[in-house]
Ligand binder design. Structure first.
Ligand SMILES: [Zn+2]
Ligand SMILES: [Zn+2]
Length: 366
């Protein structure tokens, strides 16, 4: 029996390196050697305490690795074997309850929203339930996705934000070819929503950001083919959208902002009559100042909440990544080992000394 090394979050900005015994693998479970774990807004919000967690916990929910050990039953069920590279869905699903049978496994009555990989306390054995670790335990109710051979593990971690881009940017709002789209927030999920809406054939896509820190990301959005980028700290997004489109507003608005209370009000102002707003940016208790809720009625808008993604969409994301149709290499990227994870998270939260990369990745082997 060997040991795993993991970064364990004990509280706000308190990340410690610890070792754990590797679990024995039975018939129906597996052990993953983690090659890369992507970081998103959720990660730095957990680190800074904007999102609570059942401390102590091994975070990390955008995990890619190779199977180190697997039971016969799990190998048959997941159609994978030792040495195969997989991406790990952070939700677990029993497969047998009513929601699971209906295909909405994120509402699994056995696991639900308290059993997310990256959010499970280490006092539950075998403790290795997150990607900030050399090893990740895969319970019998795990969902794993084969990674196409064209992709290296770091690239493959984009399965998660690109899956969100496809799910929130296209599938939930029903975005169609020819649509006019506004994306609020130029983070990795916003840039991935840009790719996903371009891929479906959107006619016009705008991306907004806030303040000088977002300027490099807005330039990135432009380089990736955004038709309009707007700094909402300087300019009115709805006016710029109208000016650029000959008076049209957005059929679809995707809010993937972080800590931006006024974004929902802007989304409503940017929406065309009969438009759809997808809300995926959480705002805590700050509510939505500047929201004219009557406009939702006058414009007959549809507002939809987006919580997670799902396995079929992650598969599409991995396929799209493997096609190399879009310039994901324009993303600024930083890869760190476990020891430098806290520093990278502080930078991503805007509290460090270096500018935040769009794509932060932990490579536990570094
Ligand atoms: Zn994430
Ligand atoms: Zn279930």
């Amino acid at each position: 029996m060997g040991e795993a090394t993991a970064a364990v979050l004990y509280g706000v900005e308190d990340l410690r390196i610890e070792t754990f015994d590797l679990p024995e693998v039975g018939d129906d479970d597996a052990l993953l050697l983690v090659e890369a774990c992507g970081l998103c807004g959720t990660d730095h919000e957990l680190f800074t305490g904007h999102i609570g967690a059942p401390y102590p916990v091994v975070p990390g929910h955008e995990t890619v690795g190779t199977i180190e050990a697997i039971g016969d039953e799990a190998a048959a069920k997941w159609k994978i074997n030792v040495g195969d590279r997989v991406a790990v869905e952070c939700w677990q699903a029993c497969g047998g309850c009513d929601p699971c049978r209906a295909g909405v496994y994120r509402r699994c009555t056995k696991h639900g929203q308290t059993d997310l990989y990256g959010m499970i306390p280490t006092d539950r054995k075998p403790s290795l339930f997150g990607g900030y670790s050399t090893h990740h335990y895969l319970s019998p109710d795990s969902l794993v996705l084969p990674v196409p051979p064209e992709l290296n593990p770091v690239e493959a971690t984009l399965f998660n934000p690109l899956g969100a881009g496809i799910k929130w940017g296209v599938e939930i709002p029903g975005t169609q070819q020819g649509d006019y789209v506004a994306i609020l927030g130029p983070g990795i999920r916003g840039l991935c929503a840009l790719v996903a809406t371009q891929d479906i054939g959107a006619e016009f896509v705008a991306v907004t950001g806030y303040g000088p820190n977002d300027h490099p990301r807005l330039e990135m959005a432009e380089a990736m083919g955004a038709d309009l980028v707007v700094d909402v700290a300087e300019e009115d997004a709805a006016k710029r959208f109208r000016d650029a489109t000959g008076g049209r507003l957005a059929d679809v608005v995707i809010d993937v902002t972080a800590n931006a209370p006024t974004a929902l009000g802007q989304a409503v102002r940017l929406s065309a009559v009969d438009g759809t707003i997808v809300m995926a940016g959480v705002r805590g208790e700050k509510g939505a100042p500047g929201l004219n809720s009557d406009a939702i009625i006058w414009k007959e808008l549809t507002v939809k909440g987006a919580l997670g993604v799902d396995a079929p969409v992650y598969r599409k994301a991995l396929e799209l990544l493997a096609q190399r149709k879009f310039p994901f290499d324009l993303f600024t990227r930083r890869e760190v080992g476990l020891n430098d994870t806290a520093e990278l998270l502080a930078d991503m939260a805007g509290k460090g000394s270096a500018p935040p990369p769009v794509h932060g990745v932990i490579v536990p082997g570094l």
